[in-house]
Design a protein around this ligand. Structure first.
Ligand code: NAD
Length: 366
């Protein structure tokens, strides 16, 4: 996905050409003089259901950077929903502005009006730079908001569900690699012990894994080390560590040309989005090194499954049952990748696209 983004930037394609290349249905540019709102809503695909994806507020350097981001992220949401068996499409929104200084009630309410004007074709949620308070303002103008706090009738924090999905997906990788599910005694590096990372540490410690944590936030690391009695490391040398499993739960692009050759693990399974810096190149490099990689958009889908339960009024128990299926999903992709001799990331993408194609044919009666 990264490489396509760079290609598009280089070639300076028109918006419609970019939409055509990435197969987007609709892109909405939103502007309001009074509030200073500048936003883009991208709807990638609604074959499976309404396009769902968060709104990100970011100080983009220019409009084309914002457009690239929203196109790439919305497409990723289509594939995440598709591979997880959800009846949701892929969408995303970006608000161009400084999330520290550029916020106001009026700005978010105006944005909410734009979301509402799409009549439910796009459902928004929180993403980077957006707080629950901001979403409350959006929600004042539209019902097409998800991931709300439990106190507002929503599904609440998706992080525990995401962490559970990563945990079961990791067990599937273990089964594939070592012939059994157990993570007891396995050395697992959890990189990033924020919302998801900490819940994941909890599951791993309970099962008897040897957990090592790393985070750039020292206070957070100290708290987690004390609470769970785990080891900690800091700095770039984390990639050289002797470990069985690497769980990236911080930022994306940590699996790249600089790190892959250094990794001694047998499995990469974590929550972070876009773990492979370049999907094609690094997907292949990981495969060639004999490392089992659980595709990020499959293993971290618990959060989306949680939000899906809010959209379709399902119980929290049902969310957990659906998240449990990430185990089978990961195992299936690992086997498929072996059968076809292709990287797991490619196998996952092909499967996601084929579900969208099949459902499209079902709906059109072709
Ligand atoms: P978070 O912000 O709560 O936690 C991220 C943690 O990573 C923080 O503690 C931060 O200090 C740490 N960190 C940042 N840069 C680091 C670095 N270079 N090295 C080590 N640690 C670093 O985020 P989160 O909600 O726990 O999400 C973690 C990742 O999972 C993100 O990539 C997110 O996009 C992805 N994700 C989250 C969810 C969810 O339900 N929250 C769902 C799907 C995907």
């Amino acid at each position: 996905m990264e490489s396509l983004q760079l290609e598009l930037e280089k070639e300076k394609k028109s918006v419609l050409e970019m939409m055509s290349d990435m197969e987007h249905e609709q892109v909405v540019f939103c502007h309001d003089k009074h509030t200073g709102l500048k936003a883009i809503i991208a709807i990638h695909n609604t074959v499976l259901g309404p396009a769902l994806g968060g709104t990100r507020m970011w100080n983009y350097q220019n409009e084309s950077e914002a457009l690239n981001d929203v196109l790439r992220l919305s497409r990723g949401m289509s594939y995440k929903a598709a591979i997880s068996g959800l009846n949701l499409g892929g969408g995303k929104a970006v608000i161009i502005g400084d999330s520290y200084t550029g916020k106001s009630e009026a700005l978010f309410r105006r944005f909410g009006r734009f979301v509402d004007s799409l009549g439910g074709k796009y459902i928004t949620a929180e993403d980077v730079g957006i707080s629950p308070q901001d979403m409350e303002y959006v929600h004042m103008e539209t019902n097409h908001v998800s991931g709300l706090p439990i106190s507002m009738g929503g599904s609440g924090d998706p992080s525990p569900v995401t962490a559970y999905g990563v945990y079961v997906g990791m067990k599937a990788c273990s089964n594939y690699t070592w012939g059994n599910d157990s993570l007891a005694g396995k050395k697992v590096l959890v990189q990033g012990i924020g919302h998801v990372g900490e819940f994941l540490v909890g599951h791993l410690v309970k099962e008897g894994a040897k957990v090592i944590v790393t985070d750039i936030n020292e206070a957070r690391m100290k708290a987690v080390v004390e609470k769970y009695n785990v080891d900690a490391v800091i700095g770039d040398e984390v990639y050289d560590l002797d470990m069985d499993i690497y769980a990236p739960c911080a930022l994306g692009a940590t699996v790249n040309s600089n790190t892959i050759d250094r990794l001694k693990c047998k499995i990469i399974a974590g929550a972070a989005n876009n773990q492979l810096e370049n999907e094609e190149l690094h997907g292949m490099m990981v495969k060639d090194r004999g490392i089992v990689y659980a595709p990020d958009f499959l293993i971290n889908a618990g959060g989306l499954i949680s939000v899906n339960s809010e959209v379709y009024k399902l119980s929290a128990e049902r969310s957990m049952e659906m998240t449990e299926k990430i185990y089978d999903g990961v195992l299936n992709i690992l086997n498929l990748s072996e059968e076809k001799n292709i990287p797991t990331s490619q196998a996952a993408l092909e499967l996601a696209k084929s579900r969208i194609d099949i459902v499209s044919k079902v709906k059109s009666g072709r």
